[in-house]
Design a protein around this ligand. Structure first.
Ligand code: GLY
Length: 412
């Protein structure tokens, strides 16, 4: 039997890392992230004012997207996290400036990513300032997102069209696992307005994903395509993963984070069971490297898994890591550890902390001023599309900063 003090330490998930050293670890990483953000802000001054940081080009220079891509919310979101970590009004000023550029998105309905786009920007803005104008934009954004819901498929349509990697087949009602993340905006709008239709859409979508997108062993399909006449599944394929039957690491990460958040909002034990099942599948997988930063797909170049004929995954034999998936999972595990018994909580915390230590090491954390001023190296956008392979990604940094913040709060 362990001595009581040791038991407490194990339960807190701090077996390998002492609390005092950990506060330094967190401060040194948040401080580094803030310095990189400052360099990035400087770099943005020489760019179009509506260009949002995303990744780097081959020369290592920052590249950007328009606000209508899925990632514009992460840069303002990171600025808000820097403000939360420092309470420095200079960060607040920059965060407000970059957030308010996204106001037109409240009326955007062309894809499903409004949750990422608005909740990481305006959601953090409202949480940290209480400015009611931000609340109203979030609610209008939730209305826009709701227009993509169909009661026959009981899902929100992710993209307007998905072309299979296997040939010319196109699907008009694709739903991707990432979509779970966008539901947080709907839960928020329901609580703020008292309008239960937002919540109904979020819960229906989550139930459908739980039944149709998650395999019996709790691994996940990336894309499920529906028939809008009867709601039946037409195809289960991948867009960004290695093969239809493989498990794309960031997809699994979105599922772990998504179902954890959905459990927080519903307290429905089915969603907790799904989050735990997906987390256990990920953490116990023989293909998860020792440093807990996954390969871009759990089944990349494995026997029994075959990319479609049009997929660039056929050409990539290197098993690239995806630091973005690791950062998302680390952040999710801090929250999930609050919803499970002591033993599992300790296990999840320990895994989250170990992941952060890997990401904060020179193997993944860039040198100051390098890496296009992003924090983390070695993420993957989409190998099948031959796009963003072994690069920094703005969302890897956002979830790294969020995970560090969650870790810090958990030590207080
Ligand atoms: N939501 C798109 C991605 O994770 O790449």
């Amino acid at each position: 039997m362990m001595k009581p003090l040791l038991c407490l330490v194990v339960a807190a998930g701090l077996t390998a890392y002492g609390t005092f050293g950990e506060k330094d670890f967190i401060s040194s990483n948040t401080g580094f992230a803030q310095r990189q953000l400052k360099h990035m802000l400087k770099e943005t001054e020489s760019r179009d004012s509506l260009a949002f940081p995303r990744t780097t080009d081959k020369a290592g220079k920052m590249t950007t997207t328009s606000m209508y891509d899925w990632t514009p919310g992460f840069f303002p979101g990171s600025l808000w996290l820097a403000y939360e970590q420092t309470k420095d009004p200079a960060w607040e000023q920059q965060a407000i400036r970059w957030t308010e550029k996204l106001a037109p998105l409240q009326h955007f309905t062309q894809h499903h990513d409004l949750g990422f786009m608005l909740y990481c920007s305006y959601g953090n803005a409202y949480r940290l300032t209480g400015n009611k104008a931000y609340r109203d934009i979030l609610i209008q954004g939730a209305r826009s997102l709701s227009t993509r819901y169909n009661p026959v498929t009981r899902s929100i349509k992710s993209w307007n069209v998905f072309k299979s990697w296997h040939g010319e087949q196109q699907y008009r009602y694709p739903v991707i696992i990432d979509n779970l993340m966008n539901l947080e905006l709907l839960f928020f709008a329901s609580k703020e307005t008292g309008d239960t239709s937002f919540r109904h859409i979020a819960v229906s979508h989550a139930e459908t994903a739980m039944h149709k997108q998650i395999r019996p062993d709790y691994s996940s399909y990336h894309v499920v395509c529906y028939d809008t006449t009867d709601g039946k599944v037409l195809a289960r394929e991948t867009a960004q993963g290695y093969a239809d039957n493989s498990t794309w690491s960031r997809g699994q990460a979105w599922g772990i984070y998504g179902f954890t958040m959905i459990y927080r909002e519903t307290k429905d034990p089915r969603f907790l069971k799904t989050a735990v099942g997906m987390a256990d599948w990920y953490l116990n997988n023989k293909n998860l490297p020792k440093d807990k930063v996954p390969y871009w797909d759990f089944n990349a170049v494995e026997k029994g898994y075959m990319p479609g004929i049009r997929s660039n995954a056929l050409n990539v034999k290197t098993k690239h890591r995806d630091a973005s998936a690791a950062a998302i999972v680390a952040s999710a595990l801090f929250e999930l550890s609050g919803y499970v018994g002591a033993r599992k909580a300790a296990q999840y915390r320990q895994a989250a902390i170990a992941t952060l230590h890997s990401l904060g090491s020179p193997a993944y954390r860039a040198q100051e001023g390098a890496n296009g001023n992003f924090v983390l190296m070695h993420s993957v956008g989409s190998i099948p599309h031959n796009n963003e392979i072994d690069v920094p990604l703005v969302y890897a940094d956002y979830y790294f900063m969020e995970a560090l913040q969650r870790y810090r709060v958990s030590l207080n």
